[in-house]
Design a protein around this ligand. Structure first.
Ligand code: SF4
Ligand code: SF4
Length: 364
């Protein structure tokens, strides 16, 4: 009987090795070193002596079809069709011909693309869906990020910083972005509890599921005007919007109460110091589209305070750890408020539990 091949039904991503540039496939796992040649351009050198050049350009993340076609044309012309996107949405063109580097740069620059983001610079901002796509967004994503990167564009192209600086945005505290582990994080927050549509809740939502969706047990069944519904215990609510995800009769978005908080000091890297979570710097800034001046101003304040005072290779969190939080607030001019006190009941397991803090010379 003829052997029948199993039908492949999995529609997951194809094996990435099929798409490697030939020089990368040939030298896979055999790379000796890499170095930055100029802002946005680096070379990797293999044990065999083979080289591959990378030219990195900023992408706006939400890409027009025309932009993607342009990237593809450049890649076809100079890179045998190869390009890649970094985890922070930069586009990288890869070529083993050194002579192609200035040609690729010219094509990109002629179309207004910024080249940079490699090494000790601020790279593009990773962000979430925002008002464009997600139901629980407390702020926009693309708009805030565009306004912030416009302010910081020179840090992408020319200005070197003491170390890498990763900036992230998540438009609510479900945190689809990397805000918990980035040097500077912009986080959309709601500050009011859900409004309950008692007339419709029982028709479109399962009350037990709705109660179970609340991580702080703030939702309880309640009969209102003879109709089964729920109540929200305000002091238990942390405005997370989980309930709205399972029940559209619990809307949370509010033009006045929604806004943005800023967090600092997170990182994933193990280099020089351990990975750490971001901590609160600014509890609330209003949503002020289209350019969010309060948010971009606060981010720039942190960048300038860090870049002007940190030692070489000191990430934002390492710098704050060395100088102490009181000095961070003094240098940035941010106000210390009750929101900065972490009262999460399990925080004792992870926080320093002594009364000792860094010595701070207030006249320094
Ligand atoms: S962070 Fe929140 S609002 Fe933004 S995409 Fe994720 S779930 Fe939606
Ligand atoms: S917003 Fe979050 S904490 Fe508040 S009631 Fe809804 S699920 Fe619970």
């Amino acid at each position: 009987m003829a052997e029948t091949k199993p039908r492949i039904t999995d529609i997951g991503p194809p094996d990435y090795k099929k798409f490697l540039p030939p020089v990368v496939a040939k030298n896979y796992g055999q790379w000796k070193y890499h170095e930055q040649l100029e802002p946005g351009v680096m070379v990797h050198v293999a044990e065999s002596g083979d080289m591959i050049y990378t030219i990195r350009a900023a992408s706006p993340r939400l890409l027009a079809t025309e932009t993607i076609r342009f990237y593809a044309e450049v890649a076809e012309k100079y890179c045998d069709g190869h390009l890649r996107f970094t985890s922070r949405h930069n586009v990288e063109f890869l070529t083993s011909e050194k002579a192609n580097v200035p040609k690729i740069k010219k094509e990109l620059e002629d179309r207004g693309n910024l080249i940079g983001g490699i090494g000790s610079r601020i790279t593009s901002i990773v962000h979430t869906q925002g008002w464009v796509h997600c139901h629980s967004a407390a702020t926009d994503a693309s708009g805030v990020v565009k306004a912030t990167m416009d302010e910081l564009a020179d840090y992408f192209t020319t200005i070197e910083t003491p170390a890498k600086c990763r900036i992230a945005l998540a438009c609510c505290l479900n945190m689809c972005g990397a805000v918990h582990c980035s040097d500077i994080a912009i986080l959309g927050i709601h500050t009011g509890r859900p409004r309950i549509d008692h007339a419709n809740l029982n028709k479109i939502c399962e009350i037990p599921n709705l109660s179970a969706s609340c991580p702080t047990a703030a939702i309880r069944p309640k009969t209102v005007d003879g109709t089964p519904s729920v109540e929200v215990i305000e002091e238990n609510c942390m405005y997370c919007a989980n309930c709205f995800t399972v029940c559209p009769a619990m809307p949370l978005a509010d033009a006045d109460l929604d806004g943005v908080s800023i967090w600092v000091g997170g990182k994933v890297s193990n280099a020089r110091s351990k990975p750490r979570f971001s901590k609160l710097a600014v509890p609330f800034l209003p949503n002020t589209p289209p350019r969010w001046p309060e948010v971009t101003g606060a981010v720039k304040t942190i960048v300038e305070a860090w870049a002007g005072n940190a030692r070489k290779y000191e990430r934002v969190g390492d710098w704050i750890e060395r100088i102490g939080w009181p000095r961070f607030f003094k240098l940035t001019g941010f106000e210390f408020s009750k929101e900065h006190i972490d009262d999460y009941k399990f925080a004792g397991l992870s926080l320093q539990r002594t009364a000792q803090i860094h010595h701070v010379d207030w006249d320094d």
